[in-house]
Design a protein around this ligand. Structure first.
Ligand code: CMP
Length: 144
């Protein structure tokens, strides 16, 4: 499980604002289903058009989301990345590249649905993210 033992990992997760309200049991579930990855600036996390393989939850650092070369968003701590392709099994909608060194929690495609079932607050946060992104996309369309 990398450099941290399970209880150190739970402490790391608890320090992420997105997870502070989770119960000990849910933090344990999250620790069990996720891996910590450090990536360098410039690392490609997702390539547009490829199948979805992982969900990333940003602990620190920033990533840039582009589609057909156009910047859609910059994502940071507490953001989800790669959820769309895992939810609908379609190709990744955009490319995502680390803009600075990042610490990520990574959830494999097979772990994704079991994790959402075992941590319902996480599923709710993910739905809130999708709603916020749809609002932003609607706002961008109507301000053109
Ligand atoms: P997915 O389609 O699996 O892979 C690319 C990811 O980029 C996508 O999931 C979202 O996590 C993210 N993404 C795509 N479009 C946007 C957007 N408009 N705003 C923020 N994030 C996005």
């Amino acid at each position: 499980m990398g450099l941290r033992n399970r209880s150190q990992k739970v402490e790391l997760l608890r320090s992420v604002p997105l997870f502070t309200h989770l119960s000990k049991r849910h933090l344990d579930e999250l620790a069990k289903h996720t891996e910590e990855h450090n990536v360098d600036a410039g690392s490609a996390l997702i390539n547009e058009g490829e199948p979805g393989r992982q969900l990333f939850i940003v602990v620190s650092g920033k990533a840039r989301v582009t589609r057909q070369g156009k910047v859609l968003a910059s994502l940071g701590p507490g953001d989800f990345i790669g959820e769309m392709a895992l939810l609908d099994h379609k190709p990744s909608s955009a490319s995502v590249v680390a803009e600075e060194p990042m610490l990520l929690l990574v959830v494999g495609s097979r772990e994704f649905k079991p994790l959402l079932s075992s941590v319902p607050d996480l599923a709710e946060s993910l739905l809130q993210t999708l709603a916020a992104r749809l609002r932003a996309a609607d706002a961008a369309l109507t301000s053109e």
